[in-house]
Structures are given as structure tokens and as C-alpha cells.
Design a protein around this ligand. Structure first.
Ligand code: PLP
Length: 351
């Protein structure tokens, strides 16, 4: 029975029966020793998908960023990223602790910055008289940008920023937690986006619906260096093929269907925009996220989230707004049920 409509995050997906069957049938070995055949297959598959030399299986996306920042930078370097990027705001300060980098944030509306923004951010630390300046070790972009409303960097936007980073000799890393959403939404191959960056990773536990796993990809020497940090941070596993089989299953069965999540997000946004007192920040969602403001209902975010939860619909309060995310476990009827429940809360609040 569809008891709760869970729109709080696309991490809430549960492995399907087909995925569980693939996981239970997985061939396994000692992953830490490089002997797990299913992990090896997944790494090759992702390297191929992203058009990179090599790939490295890791337990989480957070560890992909941790390992990538560590591999690219030296302590004291500057790390440039959008100010609301996950690597800055949601990784417990990992980049500072593990890599000793200083963050230069770029403030934007939708998470996508321009070459001029990047130049200015780099100049803040580089164009300072000797000896005060600091090297820029890495630039990060997030595709899609979560707090930018699931915004997609176009290939042109990405290419322009990549050229700017390259002209300064600074590597570019992509947090591609939702790269496959960007690819499905834009019709641009994941490898075409990947071609613009030095390293990147995709998450299997967001819209792709697997319970565990993320894969980092890049040049062979980068991945070889990253493997050491995977071990150092405790990311090397044993019979991880059980989890990797879920990721392979997701690549076969859960990529094209992301279009359905995007359609559901548009449906939800249209419905929300029609409710008095609700202001949708991204009324035409590019992928699977909607951010909206309920202050017009005279309710705090907490009150709204709690009332909606009591009606069997979960959303999250995020950055002073409400966030709703569509995914594999949210059907069209689920979206309609959510809209009905929100409509009732709105009329009760206003009436
Ligand atoms: C979820 C997320 C991460 C972290 O991934 P985990 O697998 O949850 O550790 C990193 N970046 C972005 C943009 C994310 O949405």
C-alpha cells in the first residue's frame, strides 16, 4: 500500500525486486584486493559511460568528493566552487579536514557560474601581491546543482568555465551526483559533459535507486592516486559486488526512466503554482527538484512540513525553503495525492 508519499529526497528510493535479485546473484570477491569481478565490471562500465580512462568504486558520493579534492590539491590551496555546493555546505568540512584547502565560494541564483565569476574568484586569491596570494588547486562544478533547484549546466556553460580553468592550469572536477538526470533532461550524453572536466563521479543512490555506491572517474594516473586515498579514508571494501550489482542494474533499468521523474516534477510545480500562498522558486523545474516558499500561507517551514507529514506526505525544509524531489518511488498518483494534501493545508491555513 502506498502509505507515505516521500518527496523529501531521491535518496529515499528502495531497491526494487529486480535490483535485489541482481544483487543476490552477484559474483563477488575481495574488493579491497581488486578481486571483486562485479565491482570491476561496474568500474569499466562507468569509465566507458563517461569516456574516461579509469574509474573507482566508492561507498558514497561524499567520499568521491573527499578523495577527488585530496587527490587534486595540496594543503593551503584554494578550492573554488559555487557557495551552495554540496562539497562546501554538506560534507561536514571534509575538504578542510582531509585536504586543508580554503574555500572560495561563488554566489549564484541557480548554481551555474560564468567564466567571469570564476576569473573573479580566482583573482581574489591569486592576483594578490606576493607573498600574500595562494594557489588555486581545484575548481568544482555540481551537475545538476542541488540547491540551484536541480539546475542543469548546459554543455556550453560548462565548456566556457572549463576553458577558463584550463587557461589558468587549474583542474576541474564535477560533482555529478545527478549527472544522469542532467543527461536525460538535456539529451546530451553523459560523456559529452564529462569531456569538459578532468574528474567526475556519479551517485547510484539518488535517482538511480541503488542502496549503496558511487563511482569516480578520470585519467589513469588520477585514479591510481585516488585509490590510495580510498584505502586511507576507509573506503576500500570486501565483497562489495553485492552492492555494485545494484548499480549495474540501475544503469540498465533506471536511467531512461528519469524522464518520468522530471515529468512528475513539472506536474508538481504546476500544481503548486496554482495554490494561493505558495510561491514556487523554480516553476519550470529542469530535472526532479522543486523549491518553494510557504510563508504566504502564514506557516513556518516546520509547521508546513509537520502538517504535510501528518497527511502522509514528506517534504524537507531546506535553506529557508521547502524542497520536494521526485524519484522512482513516487508515482503520478503520489504527486496528485501530495498536491491534494498541500491544497487542503493551504485552504485551512488561509481560511
Ligand atoms: C547527495 C549528494 C552528494 C553526496 O552523495 P552521498 O552518496 O549521499 O554521499 C554530493 N553532492 C551532491 C550534489 C549530492 O546531492
Amino acid at each position: 500500500m502506498d502509505t507515505v508519499v516521500s518527496l523529501s529526497s531521491d535518496t529515499e528510493t528502495r531497491p526494487t525486486a529486480g535490483m535485489r535479485a541482481a544483487m543476490s546473484a552477484a559474483e563477488v570477491g575481495d574488493e579491497q584486493k581488486g578481486q571483486d569481478p562485479t565491482v570491476a565490471r561496474l568500474q569499466e562500465r562507468v569509465a566507458d559511460l563517461l569516456g574516461k580512462d579509469a574509474a573507482l568504486w566508492l561507498p558514497t558520493g561524499t567520499m568521491c568528493n573527499l578523495v577527488a579534492v585530496k587527490t587534486h590539491t595540496r594543503p593551503g590551496d584554494a578550492l573554488v566552487a559555487e557557495a551552495m555546493a554540496h562539497v562546501i555546505r554538506a560534507e561536514s568540512g571534509g575538504a578542510a579536514l582531509a585536504s586543508g584547502v580554503m574555500v572560495q565560494g561563488i554566489h549564484t541564483e541557480r548554481g551555474v557560474f560564468a567564466p567571469a565569476d570564476l576569473e573573479a574568484a580566482m583573482d581574489r586569491v591569486v592576483a594578490v601581491p606576493v607573498p600574500y596570494g595562494q594557489p588555486v588547486g581545484l575548481v568544482c562544478v555540481e551537475q545538476t546543482h542541488n540547491f540551484g533547484g536541480g539546475a542543469v549546466w548546459t554543455r556550453e556553460e560548462l565548456g566556457a568555465v572549463a576553458a577558463c580553468a584550463r587557461s589558468r592550469g587549474v583542474p576541474l572536477h564535477m560533482d555529478g551526483a545527478r549527472l544522469m538526470n542532467a543527461s536525460v533532461a538535456s539529451g546530451v550524453a553523459a560523456a559529452a559533459f564529462a569531456a569538459e572536466v578532468d574528474s567526475l563521479w556519479i551517485d547510484f543512490t539518488k535517482g538511480l535507486g541503488a542502496p549503496i555506491g558511487a563511482v569516480l572517474a578520470g585519467p589513469r594516473d588520477f585514479i591510481a592516486a585516488a585509490r590510495r586515498y580510498k584505502q586511507l579514508f576507509g573506503g576500500a571494501m570486501r565483497q562489495a559486488g553485492v552492492a555494485a550489482a545494484g548499480c549495474l542494474y540501475a544503469l540498465d533499468h533506471h536511467v531512461d526512466r528519469l524522464a518520468e521523474d522530471h515529468e512528475h516534477a513539472r506536474l508538481l510545480a504546476r500544481g503548486l503554482a496554482a495554490i494561493d500562498g505558495i510561491e514556487v522558486r523554480n516553476a519550470a523545474p529542469e530535472t526532479n527538484m522543486i523549491f518553494f516558499d510557504v510563508s504566504g500561507l502564514g506557516l513556518s517551514n516546520r509547521e508546513f512540513v509537520d502538517r504535510l507529514a501528518a497527511a502522509g506526505v514528506r517534504v524537507s525544509g531546506a535553506g529557508g525553503q521547502i524542497r520536494a524531489v521526485t524519484h522512482l518511488d513516487v508515482s503520478r498518483q503520489g504527486v496528485e495525492r501530495a498536491l491534494g494534501a498541500i491544497g487542503e493545508i493551504a485552504s485551512a491555513a488561509c481560511g
